[in-house]
Design a protein. Structure first.
Length: 414
């Protein structure tokens, strides 16, 4: 597990976040692919060597439903790679399409084949500490670059109420907000836990990504529903986090009193635009709907053919678009690997979600319960992100999914 944790730190750390925001995300995919690729190559080597030593060359793995689904999905993945090569698809897009899934497979198989048991108590402890540092790094980087260095965030900007605002780019920390709530509820009802919740909430606000707002909101709704006995406590904590966030934002306004930004007002306008977007200046939602329709149309009309890794499709307007550039990862899987593989991936995702819920109810101790409860809520948030705006190449989102998938399957063996 320490190996997997190290990989997450390599792929997602303060230096990388600083690079993304200071360069307007340009070059971020290349940087992450190279760094993470080297790490994953090391994982492959040490995993193979470890298996030979631990099992004397004989691997005994218990078959589970998840294991069989992953193996079948890996078969489709391999076929899509072969099809991409045969069709002569652009190697650059082949790498971009295949790398996130490759991460998922490596992490899952590493955990599945490991002979070591998972220490949930230490995993939760170190994960919370690490994410606390990332929240501090996020806010520090955003403040320094936006207000002191006056950095140009490039594509990481949003036009809100006629004002162009830098967006704090982080799609990983929001996934773990339910974990912070659960840690505070069941493990450490201390002031630092509230501070952590406030900091992570502030990060989410300053992303100004509506996808994250929607995803986190639905994740918190799920958290409340799945912890109905703690409804009042969660509600009080949530209101306290909002209060801390508002005070922090107002404090920021006072500190930067010469700035034209009013963060609470910008946030409220950004949230309002989810329900009533101005089509004249905000066409992203409409374009994603049109794009999804085009992808579904192509998938249905080309069945059973597949594009293969690095493939492109024709939009309803006749424009050729690389599948990598689309906004719905689940539909990307369908186009790249075929409809059967897309449905298989959905089945695998749902099975991981249901298994994490079951393991949370059957947990032997509170650390284990918190881990799997947070995992199920994380999968809700991640599913929304993958449906609306998947930054799977910029962030190790599928790496995290492979981690959850491996832990769920490993624990389910017992």
């Amino acid at each position: 597990m320490q190996f997997i944790f190290a990989g997450l730190i390599i792929a997602y750390n303060p230096i990388y976040i600083y690079y993304l925001m200071s360069h307007g995300a340009l070059g971020g995919i290349t940087l992450r692919t190279v760094v993470s690729g080297v790490f994953l190559a090391g994982v492959l080597f040490f995993s193979f060597a470890g298996l030979l030593v631990s099992h004397n060359g004989k691997i005994k793995i218990r078959n589970t439903g998840i294991f069989l689904l992953v193996n079948l999905f890996f078969f489709f993945y391999t076929c899509a790679l072969i099809v991409g090569f045969i069709k002569g698809n652009d190697p650059k897009y082949m790498l971009l399409d295949s790398f996130p899934l490759f991460e998922m497979f490596i992490v899952y198989y590493f955990i599945k084949f490991s002979v070591l048991k998972i220490d949930f108590k230490n995993t939760v402890k170190w994960l919370v500490f690490y994410l606390f540092l990332m929240a501090v790094a996020d806010l520090t980087t955003y403040g320094v670059l936006s207000f002191f260095k006056k950095a140009y965030f490039g594509a990481l900007r949003a036009l809100i109420g006629g004002i162009t605002v830098n967006r704090l780019m982080d799609y990983v920390l929001p996934l773990f907000l339910p974990l912070f709530f659960l840690v505070y509820m069941y493990l450490y009802r201390r002031k630092w836990a509230i501070v952590l919740l406030g900091l992570s909430g502030l990060v989410i606000v300053l992303t100004f990504y509506r996808t994250i707002y929607i995803a986190v909101f639905l994740g918190l709704i799920y958290l409340i529903i799945s912890n109905r006995k703690q409804f009042i406590f969660i509600s009080k904590t949530f209101l306290l986090v909002i209060l801390v966030g508002v005070i922090a934002l107002e404090g920021g306004n006072l500190f930067f009193k010469n700035s034209r930004f009013n963060f609470p007002e910008l946030f409220s306008q950004r949230v309002a635009s989810i329900f009533s977007p101005d089509r004249k200046i905000d066409y992203s939602a409409a374009s994603r709907v049109a794009q999804n329709k085009g992808m579904v149309y192509n998938a249905l009309n080309s069945f059973p053919d597949i594009w293969g890794m690095g493939g492109s499709y024709k939009s309803l307007e006749g424009e050729v678009i690389p599948i990598y550039c689309t906004s719905n990862f689940f539909l990307q899987i369908i186009l790249l690997l075929g409809i059967p593989a897309g449905l298989l991936f959905l089945w695998l995702y749902l099975k991981a979600f249901l298994a994490s819920r079951k393991l949370a109810r059957q947990a032997a101790d509170q650390s284990e319960q918190v881990f799997f409860s947070a995992s199920s809520a994380l999968l809700v948030i991640l599913a929304v992100i993958l449906c609306l705006f998947p930054y799977v190449s910029y962030f190790p989102l599928l790496y995290i999914f492979g981690w959850v998938l491996g832990c769920v399957d490993k624990k389910g063996e017992g």
